[in-house]
Ligand binder design. Sequence first.
Ligand SMILES: Cc1cc2nc3c(=O)[nH]c(=O)nc-3n(C[C@H](O)[C@H](O)[C@H](O)COP(=O)(O)OP(=O)(O)OC[C@H]3O[C@@H](n4cnc5c(N)ncnc54)[C@H](O)[C@@H]3O)c2cc1C
Length: 339
Amino acid sequence: MTQTQLRQNVSLRPYNTFGMEAKASYLLEITDEEVLHTLCSSPLLQQQRRLILGSGSNLLFTRDYEGLVLLNCLKGIEILEEDDNQVMVRAASGEVWDDLVRYAVDHGWHGAENLSLIPGTVGAAAVQNIGAYGAEAASLIQEVQGISLQDGREKIFSNRQCLFGYRDSIFKSFDPGTFFITSVTFRFTKAGSPNLTYPALAEELQKEHHPSPAMVRETVIRIRGSKLPDPTETGNAGSFFKNPVLTEEELETIRKKYPDIPFHKTEAGYFKIPAAWLIEQCGWKGVREGHCGTWPRQPLVIVNYGNATGREIDTFAERIAASVRKKFGMELEREVLTI
Ligand SMILES: Cc1cc2nc3c(=O)[nH]c(=O)nc-3n(C[C@H](O)[C@H](O)[C@H](O)COP(=O)(O)OP(=O)(O)OC[C@H]3O[C@@H](n4cnc5c(N)ncnc54)[C@H](O)[C@@H]3O)c2cc1C
């Protein structure tokens, strides 16, 4: 590996959407898979604690990172197979997720349009099983390819082996920094019905007879723009917490006390409660304290209004979770990884 690829004492501020200042002892740009193999045979680098970093849009740095940050710069999109009905596309894990969505939509392919404008990389989309507007990456992913950084072995996970769940996958259960996803294979369809299960999207597109993927994408981008802060202007990492998932029994218990509590049934038969509603009921919507706050139009998003430190955001988030715990007896699990 070259000197330019491995840097020491590097500021991570440009590499996380919260805009947090933190230093990495080492940072290595992964520009091709060979670098990963070299890494496996480097005793110095093998000793380091490792963090695989995409666009840093799902992370909160609360301190310096003493170890090696592997910055994913793997690029490339290729069509593997195509027939009249479907197309299989392999994308390198460092591709920007929304570039892949645009690529699919520009070709008129169906499947990814509801997931437009989600920040981050293709690799992290598989780790997190990103989702929005009634769709999830898991429904498109055929295979995930990667390299074990412990022994350099290449591994392929089929969709089933990925054990996808709500913002979850098998990759989250691995020790951090041990498995580097190098590419992901997706299946898009050439004909299909738009997914308008999300009420706000259905409402916006109700006058259209059969909206194309491009129309859905445009609408999703418009709705997202009106609700969510742009991380290039206001530091944030999207939804800070996951929506709590309850059993029917738990839901009935809570509804006795809070009959207005909103919920929706998941395919697996559980009940999802919007964390944004819980947070708002605890009086946190649009609250701003110093440089920390909740976004006025979406209280689930915690923002850095300027120079908040990672620890301040961490404490602010903990106070929100504590209020929800106290009022509703529910635990808010973080969607954002705190480091
Ligand atoms: C404004 C905004 C809106 C958002 N909206 C949504 C939304 O609608 N839906 C949604 O699901 N998410 C949303 N997010 C969260 C975020 O976009 C996703 O979680 C995204 O997948 C993170 O990608 P990333 O490349 O930035 O990952 P990072 O933050 O860099 O990393 C996230 C995790 O994945 C691991 N990882 C990253 N790349 C690899 C790899 N190649 N191999 C192995 N592990 C890897 C990292 O180690 C880390 O644990 C939003 C974020 C923002 C800032």
